[in-house]
Design a protein. Structure first.
Length: 62
């Protein structure tokens, strides 16, 4: 009687851990892209955005 419950619990823990390890970085990447898009639209205009510049934190005085 305890074996199916143990399998369900361990299987659920493994599945939730695997989903967390894969989905959390993807969500952060999408939020980062959204942030860059929003910054480009609101602050600098679509032609002036350089993702490498924003990533490195270096500005060129524009």
């Amino acid at each position: 009687m305890r074996r199916p419950l143990g399998i369900a619990i361990i299987g659920g823990l493994i599945l939730s851990q695997a989903l967390t390890l894969f989905t959390t970085p993807v969500v952060y990447l999408y939020f980062d892209r959204l942030q860059h898009w929003w910054y480009r639209i609101r602050k600098r205009g679509p032609q002036e955005f350089d993702p490498l510049e924003a990533e490195n934190g270096a500005g060129n005085g524009r």
